[in-house]
Design a protein around this ligand. Sequence first.
Ligand code: MN
Length: 369
Amino acid sequence: MTASPPPPAARRPRAPRRDARRAAADPSADRLTRILRYARGHRRALVLTHDFPDPDALASAVALAHLLERLAGVPTVVAYGGIVGRAENRALIRVLKLPVVPVSRVDFDEHDLVCMVDTQPEQGNHSLPARIFPDVVIDHHPERPETRLVPVADVGRPMGSTSTLLAGYFRAAGAVLPPRIATALYYGIKADTRDLGRETTPQDVATYLWLFPMVDKEALVQVEQPRLPPDYFHLFHAAIERVRIYGHGAVCDVGEVYAPDVVAEVAERFLFLDGVKWSLAFGSYRDNLYFSLRVTDRRQNAGRLIRDVIEKKGGVAGGHGSMAGARVPMRGLKPARRRALRRELTRAFLAAFGQRRPRRPRKLVSAGP
Ligand SMILES: [Mn+2]
């Protein structure tokens, strides 16, 4: 089934030669064939997302499970580590009835086919036990060396989202795309590319337009405008009081958070502040400290920057041009050491942004600690 995309805003004539060349260069059909050929004959598959999954990870995982079940005949379970905290992401699962379970409910030994989406074995932000190596990895982030050992991988193609890759499989195979999966993939692209405004490729845009007619618009509204728990407002209240402005940088120690993914939401929010060019937020959840970094100029390479700072402190980090995240374990550290770690890391980030001797920061509001 192929729905035609809405007419483009600018009425430019089509360029059939270029389209044909692009179609010929699109490896989606070949990648899907290899995945299905490998999968056939397996008993039970597991598709794992990264921990604290975002819409792109959830949508990709559910889409891959659908393809494995329908086209390879392999019953498939989708699982994620951590929790789903962000209200939009919880709504995505609830409204579209996405069949996903926490990884704590999974017995890995029951699965003879293990797939990973929106992350890679070496990334360190997932809950795959070290003794298990995945059979299939699909991810739009830059390829990590270990991923070359994965039997079937679709990694490193320059896309703004993993959902773009998965939608490409449906399109290439002419497979029926159920509205709830189309809606999830559409939202996956939208969320990962910030409405096509960040690290977006022509394939992301084309896929977004291809999916649009199939999207359940009512469900989408419920996902994008979810009800928010009081905790959300408490947290933002604290964040607004606690954020400190250092020149063009915003740094917010949010304290204890009710879900790690709200740290990213805080970092993104303060990037909207006039004059801010980079925004760092961090908060603790259980025995870990979670970091999120956003920059307006992707040439600064948030991913490399956060790795440089965090890996020295024994943490794991990932990300790319304009956005990155990290986790530093704090298990066994005394409260004083935890406070010192927060200060040291703040200083390390300021130094990485060229502020070796930071001046006194500004507060955003006068109240607060
Ligand atoms: Mn992604």
